[in-house]
Design a protein around this ligand. Structure first.
Ligand code: FES
Ligand code: FE
Length: 378
């Protein structure tokens, strides 16, 4: 695929500028993004299997808020703002844990059931004006998809079907294409957490383009020869990038992987698909596993990325060697995040005050910039 084969509607009239450097460094821009992007959209927070019993919980930073995600006694996933309704203490300070029956605030011991209701508070008989029913934890909207809990802080959340499922499937042609991978039934074979010293947008932009693939991803381009050309941006991998002829599986040395996911079709076999779900999720599909990256933006120059490698449960339970499968994309991650960290400090340079330039194969990064700009001015 060459640039001249781009659909005419996607051809830029001329080379266009990137966002200015300050968009990646200014805390005020980041605060605006927290408010207008991460706190308004669906945010992929937690792997459902992390909440495999009532009282298991995780806390996740979503925009400016800490969100507490847990499972109720009835088995439903619940999410709340992680803040005590009494005087505002942070309720859970751990990232993950388990409570028996309730969350108790460490400050004055107000106690909340797993459904968020205030169930006990010391000396309340002497405070008749405190109505326990109105001082429950603040609910956050939840949905489950691909085996993850997605939360939304907006009072009126946007359509999950359109913004998440629709956005994830639109490039794959078949709306059921993702379902074939049965991601909600897969087990986490490995999780690696990367603390990346870069703005979240640099990570999105990098994931969206493959102009860098030939330079920094020797193992990946060996596996997916199409990526050597640098034009295999997401637009093109809607059809899936084909494995190299000699590769037996999506592994670091091209050796055979593990058992194929049964739902994967013949057409999807021996192909790699990459999907971006704005604002903070990347999904990678290969025949025997699914790799999901969730970004948790913490500051203008810091983003935690949790990456899960998901395999068939039987494969994980059998103790099969997953190292060669994990190693390939782990290397890709490290190579990508190093590139983002290389750009981050330079965003402050006067050389980048008005931004840089996008080559034609990066037209979709331009579209991403337009999207961010429109969200912030909304
Ligand atoms: Fe939580 Fe007082 S702040 S009980
Ligand atoms: Fe990359």
């Amino acid at each position: 695929m060459t640039a001249t084969e781009l659909p005419a509607s996607l051809l830029p009239e001329s080379l266009r500028a990137t966002l200015p450097g300050s968009a990646y460094t200014d805390p005020q821009v980041f605060a605006l993004e927290q408010e207008k992007i991460f706190e308004r959209m669906w945010f992929c927070a937690v792997r459902t299997s992390e909440l495999d019993a009532p009282g298991k919980f995780r806390t996740v930073q979503v925009g400016r808020e800490s969100v507490l995600v847990t499972r109720s006694r009835e088995g439903a996933v619940k999410a709340f703002l992680n803040i005590c309704r009494h005087r505002g203490a942070r309720l859970c300070t751990e990232e993950a844990g388990e409570v028996k029956r309730a969350f108790q605030c460490p400050y004055h011991a107000w106690t909340y059931g797993l459904d968020g209701k205030l169930v006990a508070a010391p000396n309340l008989t002497s405070m008749p004006d405190v109505d326990r029913t109105t001082y429950g934890l603040v609910n956050v909207h939840v949905r489950e998809w691909l085996g993850y809990v997605w939360v939304c802080l907006a009072e009126e959340p946007p359509s999950f079907e359109e913004d998440v499922i629709g956005a994830a499937t639109e490039r794959l042609g078949d709306p059921k294409a993702v379902d074939h991978y049965q991601a909600d039934e897969l087990a986490v074979g490995r999780r690696i957490r990367y603390d990346v010293r870069a703005n979240w947008k640099l990570i999105v932009e990098n994931f969206m383009e493959c102009y860098h693939c030939a330079t920094i991803h020797p193992e990946l381009t060996e596996m997916l020869p199409e990526f050597k050309g640098g034009f295999a941006a997401q637009y093109y991998v809607g059809h899936g990038a084909e494995f190299a002829e000699e590769a037996q599986g999506f592994t670091v040395d091209g050796s055979a992987g593990v058992q194929r996911i049964p739902g994967v079709t013949e057409e999807q076999d021996r192909r790699y698909y990459a999907i971006t779900i704005k604002p903070q999720v990347f999904v990678n599909l290969v025949p025997d596993h699914v790799i999901v990256l969730r970004m948790i933006p913490l500051a203008a120059d810091r983003t935690v990325v949790e990456c899960d490698w998901l395999f068939l449960k039987d494969v994980v339970d059998s103790g099969a060697d997953l190292d060669r499968s994990v190693e390939l994309f782990h290397r890709v991650n490290v190579q990508d995040f190093e590139a983002c960290e290389r750009c981050q400090p330079a965003m402050d340079s006067r050389a980048y005050a008005r931004g840089g330039v996008l080559v034609p194969s990066e037209h979709h990064i331009g579209a991403f910039h337009d999207w961010v700009t429109a969200r912030l001015s909304d």
